[in-house]
Design a protein around this ligand. Structure first.
Ligand code: DGJ
Length: 693
């Protein structure tokens, strides 16, 4: 396992538990890709093929699969790095100058050192292996050791080469209220570009790639990578004329220019990548397990109640206390006061930036609500949108130059707000101080950090697209150092911020403002392919749903939300006694199965029926849960067969169905399966099971 280097020191084979990744240095110093796939045994067997130009129009630099193509020379393909030196030279010519290996408890890292032929400009390619997870993190560090600034015009973190054509590329498209809409498209000649240019990562496309060879959940080859950044990114997939598909991803070069001062370095966001020869399920499992073990904060996420949909901006101490009392009666563990508690925030018109408690709404201070919530035995959470300011807010009146702007232009508002230039030290300090004061003064356990508009009119700086999100990361990291028990939720107008960058900085992630329980099945399915279930916050909300107008039974709504980190966002003061009791039962059941849901292994099960069943399984050691959904039932419809996964063939499992307990062997449940038939619209069931000792 780990890093193997050929005796001639020119070929590297990076092995994980069941995969290998290989590249070598050729006689002209090019770092050339040679292999990515199932595990190989011997580095000495890997050879770098001789490349001769196909024609003068197909030069060697163009056709060579390079690990990290730079801009310059006879390269016309996508490059990962373009630098402009102080004298105007816009070409990089690199030389290979050795490698280092570092090792940790469960990782090994190869660092390949490249330097420019003429300038004191260094490029380190990092390959960090996590063998047990079959994953690797690739990133690149560039260092300026010249005497003058160097401008970085393009920085992608890595290039990958897949030795096939006609692959399937999958990602998500979407917008506010419809995030994570999965799409699959054939890769052919030409390029596929996915990106974000708005300063966030995820409403539209999401910063990852998945390329497969007609794979299913459990069979077939899948190549994947997820970029660890929450701001602008871009990714390019291209089937070349030379019999391969290349993919690269990194910082979006749209309106971006990063300047490296003498002595400065910059590390591009890492790409967490891997290969599966057994379908999408293995990809998801490896990513999920790695995220739980290495990226995310440990511990189960609380069942929350959030008052946004119940009260919107019309918050006041009395009503929020009533909601908190009811939420506690239902079994919620965390009460979150959303937008509207501060400044003159009575609508989207005003308030952002003025982070003092509104006295009219909280005449006895915020303490009254905090104490009431704590008295009920719940944690207390509060909403903020620190990167923004309303034009009418005092903050803007005092500091009109704190927003992103051009001196000669009018800055656009969106949701009647501007974006603060958080990269200015005084703005960053203001935000840190404001949150630190809030957390110090009040007994707050949870911050919901929202960001409801894209960035525009960035001003003369072209590095803010990168620096903005780095500053947000830094503020939260610093706050967590001082307030280590506080959980931070990332929300950006719904699901605008979920990616492998933010996953290690925040703790909870709002999936979408679309809380329609049926739509959520699709959103959650797509989300689960890359992101761990613990990071998927899901609320039960009122019907008719404010977006879809759909009316769905409360049980189905709970079941759909129980597939992630459960939250409730209904106006619970209007609940009937029957709804209260149902909620109490559901929340209690969720708490019992929560470790299996949030920390278990998640399976998207096959639905062999022509009817639209949605079937999912969660498994943690000897305990499991099955979710069955049937949104619409046709008269005369056939049921479905639930074939479980991940069980021990010889083990005996008891399933607690609504018709009584059923005990079967693991092999029966996995290969024969259980017949299930639901009826009626929006029918659903949650079935627990465990293995006999
Ligand atoms: C957008 C979020 O997604 C909602 O949950 C809510 O917090 C509103 N912002 C508040 O303005």
């Amino acid at each position: 396992m780990g890093i193997a280097v050929s005796t001639k020191n020119d070929v590297f084979l990076l092995n994980t538990k069941s995969t290998s990744y290989g590249f070598g240095i050729d006689d002209r110093g090019l770092v050339r890709h040679v292999y990515w796939g199932r595990k190989l045994q011997c580095v000495e067997e890997l050879e770098l093929p001789e490349f001769t130009e196909v024609s003068t129009n197909d030069p060697v630099f163009q056709i060579t699969p390079e690990e990290f193509p730079v801009h310059g020379g006879l390269r016309y393909k996508e490059h990962c790095l373009k630098a402009i030196f102080a004298d105007g030279t816009r070409e990089i010519v690199y030389q290979y100058c050795g490698y280092d290996v570092e090792k940790g408890e469960d990782w090994e890292e190869l660092i390949l050192h490249l330097r420019d032929d003429h300038y004191e400009f260094f490029v380190d390619l990092h390959y960090k292996l996590y063998p047990e997870y079959d994953l690797m993190e690739r990133s690149v560090e560039v260092r300026n050791q010249t005497e003058a600034p160097i401008q970085i015009e393009k920085l992608h973190s890595a290039q990958f080469h897949i030795p096939y054509e006609n692959l399937n590329f999958s990602n998500v498209h979407g917008h506010w209220g419809a995030e994570h809409q999965r799409f699959v498209q054939k890769v052919s000649y030409g390029k596929i570009v996915i990106e974000n240019r708005r300063g966030i990562s995820s409403h539209n496309h999401n910063p990852y790639f998945v390329l497969d060879r007609d794979a299913t959940e459990t069979e077939g080859e899948v190549y994947f990578g997820a970029l660890r950044i929450t701001g602008n990114f871009s990714g390019v997939v291209e089937q070349t004329a030379y019999g391969e598909t290349l993919v690269q991803m990194g910082l979006n070069d749209h309106d971006c220019l990063l300047e490296l001062q003498p002595g400065e370095s910059l590390t591009a966001p890492a790409i967490l990548c891997g290969y599966s020869s057994s379908g999408f399920e293995t990809m998801s499992h490896n990513l999920h397990r790695f995220a739980l073990d290495h990226i995310m904060r440990k511990g189960l996420r609380p069942v929350l109640y959030n008052s946004w949909e119940a009260t919107e901006f019309h918050v006041n101490s009395r009503d929020q206390i009533k909601l908190a009392q009811k939420a506690s009666e239902l079994g919620a563990e965390l009460f979150v006061l959303d937008d509207g508690w501060f400044g003159e925030r009575h609508s989207i018109q005003n308030g952002l930036g003025d982070w003092y408690v509104n006295e009219g709404k909280f005449p006895n201070g915020l303490e009254e609500l905090v104490d009431a919530v704590k008295g009920l035995g719940m944690m207390f959470g509060i909403w903020v949108e620190p990167e923004m300011v309303n034009p009418k807010a005092q903050l803007y009146q005092q500091h009109p130059d704190w927003i992103y702007h051009y001196e000669t232009r009018v800055s656009d508002t969106s949701r009647i707000q501007y974006v603060l230039n958080v990269t200015k030290p005084e703005v960053r300090d203001f935000i840190y101080q404001m949150l630190d004061n809030l957390l110090t003064r009040y007994d707050i356990d949870y911050i919901k950090w929202d960001a409801n508009r894209p960035i525009s009119q960035t001003g003369p700086q072209r590095d803010i697209w990168y620096k903005h999100i780095q500053t947000v990361y830094q503020i939260v990291t610093d706050l967590k150092k001082k307030h280590p028990n506080v959980l931070f939720e990332a929300c950006a107008s719904g699901g605008g911020r979920i990616d492998y960058g933010i996953l290690g900085i925040f703790d909870d992630f709002w999936t979408s403002d679309n809380t329609d329980a049926y739509d959520r099945l699709f959103i959650q399915d797509a989300y689960s392919r890359i992101y761990p279930i613990k990071g998927m916050r899901a609320w039960v909300t009122d019907c008719p749903n404010f977006l879809s107008g759909r009316v769905i039974p409360l049980t189905f709504r709970y079941h759909s939300a129980m597939m992630g980190s459960l939250g409730v966002g209904c106006n619970i003061l209007k609940f009937t006694q029957e709804e209260v009791e149902l909620s109490q039962r559901m929340i209690q059941q969720y708490k019992e199965i929560r470790p299996i849901i949030q920390e278990g292994t998640f399976y998207r099960l096959e639905n062999p029926s022509p009817n639209d069943y949605f079937l999912y399984e969660y498994l943690k050691e000897d305990q499991g849960v099955i979710f069955v959904f049937l949104p619409q039932s046709k008269v005369g419809h056939r049921g479905t067969t639930v074939r479980l996964r991940g069980l021990e063939e010889q083990g005996r499992y008891t399933l607690h169905t609504s018709k009584g307990d059923v005990t079967k062997s693991g092999s029966y449940l996995m290969y024969h399966g259980l017949e299930v038939k639901l009826s009626g619209d929006y029918a659903s069931a949650v079935v627990r099971f465990e293995k006999e000792p």
